[in-house]
Design a protein around this ligand. Structure first.
Ligand code: NAD
Ligand code: DAU
Length: 342
């Protein structure tokens, strides 16, 4: 079995590679990554010398490059994690989101059509469903919930999803799609809520909570997401969408307070800053389908997962301090420098 994993130098893709190489001795895993600001070769150090692993620096939009890799490697499966993934960046500059997330997906699927494939899996997001109101805790996203996006990021992911399902119907491409809720865990890039708050709290810097911090996200430990994808690519039905999430809804402000508590830092570090434009209120996944069809259930409880995650950031300061010391500084200044109060 040869599997191309795109975006494997990023947060979830790298965790997926570790999971797959650890579990399947005879699988050859090929990581394709452009190494954007979010991709880190240092993340892949633990597997670089593994005989079943190959790293290829490549843009998924580079049709010629992708075709020649397919010709050479003849993959059995493709799992597409590669994407521009940060909502705030998509609000500043949407274009690269359309290119990578939509065009890149089309190039990968065209290669699958040309060279043949057993499974193309699209790693998507619950954000394609838009958001839910705070005063209707009885509502959840199911696979039947209409697509209704808010940000350029989620719109680009929705565009890609529609294209993937269209390639199945039109060309019979054997596809699956997973739509997961917010992940957390090791190697999470420090522009995202949880690692940003951990890094700032450790430096006694202000903790910038958007708006009133009332927005709700449905957090899942990254390893549980990787196990779900592993199940879907092996046992999921072609042409199907699977929602992935573990009924773990939390308000942003409660997450930030919890991080303060775990790190023994004062809540006075919390600053309420101007809200994200078009900010989605609440995400909440109904995972009934993946549970009943494939037997998936999340294994890591949030109270354990967040402790493990904080421990990882304490034990791996070099990994994120290297990132923060690079051009991330100018990003931070641009996003938070003149943001103003909520
Ligand atoms: P990430 O930003 O940490 O990593 C993205 C990776 O893709 C990076 O290594 C980057 O270098 C690579 N990449 C970007 N553009 C590329 C291109 N044109 N060609 C090749 N490689 C490219 O993202 P993540 O948080 O690990 O998310 C991975 C996937 O999972 C994304 O598709 C995202 O939409 C989806 N997702 C993320 C979450 C979450 O909570 N992080 C939840 C649900 C779904
Ligand atoms: O739901 C899945 C999605 O989760 C993925 O598709 C995205 O790729 C991933 O980035 C994530 O999107 P969010 O926008 O939910 O994640 P983020 O970490 O950027 O923000 C989480 C919440 O915290 C959100 O309500 C905005 C808020 N926030 C975020 C940052 C970075 C703050 O209050 N302050 C911050 O500084």
């Amino acid at each position: 079995m040869t599997i191309i994993v795109t975006g494997g130098a990023g947060f979830i893709g790298s965790n997926f590679l570790f999971h797959m190489l650890g579990k399947y001795e005879n699988y050859r895993m090929i990581c394709v990554d452009k190494l954007t600001y979010a991709g880190n070769l240092s993340t892949l150090e633990p597997i670089m010398d593994n005989k079943n692993f190959r790293f290829v620096k490549l843009d998924i939009c580079d049709r010629e490059g992708v075709y020649s890799l397919f010709q050479e490697e003849k993959p059995d499966m493709v799992v597409n994690f590669a994407a521009e993934s940060h909502v705030d960046r998509s609000i500043e500059d949407p274009e690269i989101f359309l290119k990578t997330n939509i065009m890149g997906t089309a190039v990968l699927m065209d290669a699958c059509r040309k060279y043949g494939i057993k499974r193309y899996h699209q790693v998507s997001t619950d954000e394609v469903y838009g958001d839910l109101p705070l005063d209707r805790p009885d509502l959840f996203f199911t696979e039947q919930t209409p697509i209704h996006t808010s940000s350029p990021y989620s719109s680009s992911k929705a565009g890609a999803d529609l294209l993937v399902l269209a390639y199945h119907r039109t060309y019979g491409l054997p596809v699956t799609v997973s739509r997961c809720s917010n992940n957390y865990g090791p190697y999470h890039f420090p522009e995202k809520l949880i690692p940003l708050m951990i890094a700032n709290a450790l430096a006694d810097k202000p903790l910038p909570v958007y708006g009133k911090g009332e927005n709700v996200r449905d957090w899942l430990y990254v390893e549980d997401h990787c196990k779900a994808i592993d199940l879907i690519i092996h046992k999921g039905r072609e042409g199907e969408v699977y929602n992935v999430g573990g009924h773990n809804e939390m308000k942003n402000i409660d997450i930030v307070k919890l991080i303060c508590k775990e790190l023994n830092k004062p809540e006075s570090l919390i600053t309420f800053v101007a809200d994200r434009k078009g900010h989605d209120m609440r995400y909440a996944i109904d995972p009934t389908k993946i549970h009943s069809e494939l037997g998936w259930l999340p294994e890591t409880k949030f109270e354990d997962g967040i402790k493990k995650t904080i421990r990882w950031y304490l034990d791996n300061k070099k990994w994120w301090e290297d990132i923060i010391s690079r051009d991330y500084q100018s990003y931070y200044e641009k996003m938070y420098g003149n943001r103003g109060e909520a």
